[in-house]
Design a protein around this ligand. Structure first.
Ligand code: SF4
Ligand code: SF4
Length: 432
C-alpha cells in the first residue's frame, strides 16, 4: 500500500457544502421514453449527424460522426427510432443541434468491433472511435490527449472531486475499483508511461483505501482545498511540477485523466461499448432524495429530478455541474451530456443569487485566486469593453474555478465577466 503526502498547496480555499450523497450507492435511473442527444458535447467542432428521421437505431449506434481532429463521435443511448433532428436552445441558453430518439424499450445493443490487440495505437484508436472525452467536465477528446507532441513519463488520475455536493467519482472509486484500475492501466499503456499517481481528497478515505490496494499506483491523499482538482494544481501537488503560464500538462511530461474517463476507456476496450451512459450526482438541499445515478446520455434533467422525489417549494436555482464551476439553468430544457457530473437543486442560502454592489477594492478575490490573477481588474476591463487590457491582465489564464466570486463580499459576478472577456479575446484573435 502506497499512500503519499501531497506537496504544499498554497492556493485556494476551503469551501462550504456537504457531500449529501456520499453514502448513496449508484442506482441505475429508469430509461427515458425520449432522449435528446446533443452533437456538441465536447470541446471542438460539433459532430455531424449520420442518421435521418425515421431511422432505427440501437443503444451504441453511431448517430453523429466527429468532424475534425478536435471533435468526438456521438452514439445513441437507447434503442428506438430517430424522431427529430433539430436545434434547441437548451437550459444553458446554448443553441445546439439535437438528435431526438424515441425509446422502444427493446434495449437492443450495438457494439464496437472486437479489438485484435492491446497495442498503444489500437487503444488510442478505440478511445477515439468510442467517442471518449474528458468526463470531468472539460470535454476535450481523450484520444487527442493520449497522443501528445512529446513523450510523457507520468499519468495523473484525478480523483479529487473537490466541488461540494458531487459524489459520483467517489462512489465509482469505491464501487468499481477494479474496472477503474484496468482503465488506468490501458491509458498508461497508450501513453507508454510507468509512473501513475492518483490524487484523491482525504475526505474520501474508503476511495483512497480501495485504490491504494494496487502496488503500481501511487495514491496521494490530498488536503481538502478547492480547486484541488484543477489540472495544473493537481499536477503540482502530486508531482511537484509546475505547468508554466500558457503551457499544457504535456509540457511537464504529464497527462491528467478523470476517474470516469478511465472507466469509460475500460468499457470501450474490454466490453466494446461506446460512450452512451454516465454517472452523475443529483443533490442540493432542494432535492428530496439526493442520489448518484447511472443515466443514459440525453435523459431530460426533469426526469432525473422527478426520480429523486422532486424539489422542495423553496428551491431557487437548478445548476448543471457543481456549485463552483457549474452553470445555472435558465429553463429545464436540459439533457444529460457526456461531461455532466451533477444536477444541483439549490435553496437560497446555497446560491450567490444576491444582487451585486460596487467593488470595495478589498482585494479578497485576488488573494484567493489560485492562478494569481486580479479578477477585479479583469472584470472592470471586461465591463468597459477593453479586452486587450483584460488579456494583458491574464484573463485567458483563468480556470473559471469561481473562487473569486465565492469570496467577493460585494457579490460581483466576476466569473461571468471574465468568461465574457475570454470569448471576446478569442473572437479578436480569430479576426471577428
Ligand atoms: S479569476 Fe478565474 S482562476 Fe481566479 S479565482 Fe476567479 S475564476 Fe478562479
Ligand atoms: S473581492 Fe469583490 S469587492 Fe473585493 S476587490 Fe474583488 S471584486 Fe472588489
Amino acid at each position: 500500500m502506497k499512500i503519499l503526502e501531497p506537496k504544499h498547496f498554497p492556493f485556494g480555499s476551503k469551501i462550504h457544502g456537504t457531500k449529501l450523497s456520499k453514502n448513496c450507492p449508484i442506482e441505475k435511473a429508469p430509461a427515458p421514453a425520449r432522449v435528446y442527444i446533443s452533437v456538441s458535447q465536447h470541446i471542438g467542432a460539433p459532430a455531424i449527424p449520420v442518421v435521418n428521421v425515421g431511422d432505427k437505431v440501437k443503444k451504441g449506434t453511431l448517430i453523429a460522426e466527429a468532424s475534425g481532429a478536435i471533435s468526438a463521435n456521438v452514439f445513441s443511448s437507447v434503442s428506438g427510432t430517430v424522431a427529430e433532428i433539430r436545434d434547441i436552445v437548451n437550459g444553458l441558453n446554448q443553441k445546439q443541434k439535437y438528435i431526438i430518439i424515441d425509446n422502444d424499450f427493446k434495449n437492443e445493443e450495438e457494439f464496437l468491433p472486437p479489438l485484435g490487440d492491446f497495442e498503444p495505437n489500437t487503444i488510442i484508436e478505440r478511445i477515439r472511435l468510442a467517442g471518449l472525452v474528458g468526463l470531468g467536465g472539460a470535454g476535450f477528446p481523450t484520444a487527442v490527449k493520449l497522443t501528445p507532441k512529446n513523450p510523457l513519463d507520468t499519468l495523473v488520475i484525478n480523483g479529487a472531486e473537490c466541488e461540494p455536493y458531487l459524489t459520483c467519482d467517489h462512489r465509482l472509486m469505491v464501487e468499481r475499483t477494479d474496472d477503474i484500475y484496468k482503465g488506468i492501466k490501458y491509458a498508461a499503456r497508450a501513453l507508454n508511461v510507468k509512473k501513475i499517481v492518483v490524487g484523491i481528497e482525504r475526505n474520501k478515505p474508503n476511495a483512497i483505501e480501495a485504490l491504494s490496494a494496487f502496488d503500481d499506483l501511487e495514491v496521494v491523499s490530498l488536503k481538502r482545498q478547492y480547486p484541488m482538482g484543477s489540472e495544473k494544481h493537481l499536477i503540482y501537488v502530486t508531482t511537484g511540477r509546475k505547468v508554466p503560464t500558457g503551457k499544457m500538462p504535456f509540457d511537464v511530461n504529464c497527462c491528467v485523466l478523470n476517474i470516469k474517463t478511465v472507466l469509460a476507456a475500460y468499457y470501450a476496450i474490454e466490453k466494446d461499448r461506446p460512450l452512451t451512459e454516465t454517472v452523475l450526482t443529483v443533490s442540493g438541499r432542494g432535492i428530496k432524495e439526493p442520489k448518484n445515478l447511472q443515466v443514459a446520455i440525453g435523459t431530460p434533467f426533469s426526469e432525473l429530478i422527478a426520480y429523486c422525489g422532486g424539489t422542495s417549494d423553496d428551491t431557487v436555482q437548478i445548476v448543471a455541474g457543481g456549485p463552483m464551476m457549474g452553470k445555472a439553468l435558465v429553463n429545464l430544457d436540459q439533457y444529460v451530456r457526456k461531461t455532466d457530473s451533477g444536477i444541483l437543486c439549490l435553496k437560497a442560502h446555497e446560491t450567490y443569487a444576491e444582487s451585486p454592489s460596487n467593488c470595495i477594492n478589498c482585494g479578497l478575490c485576488a488573494r484567493k485566486c489560485p492562478m494569481r490573477l486580479m479578477p477585479m481588474y479583469i472584470e472592470s476591463f471586461a465591463l468597459s469593453g477593453d479586452f486587450k487590457e483584460a488579456e494583458r491582465y491574464g484573463a485567458m489564464n483563468c480556470i473559471e474555478c469561481g473562487l473569486c466570486a465565492y469570496n467577493c463580499p460585494a457579490k460581483r459576478a466576476l466569473v461571468q465577466s471574465i468568461v465574457y472577456a475570454k470569448t471576446k479575446i478569442k473572437e479578436m484573435k480569430n479576426g471577428k
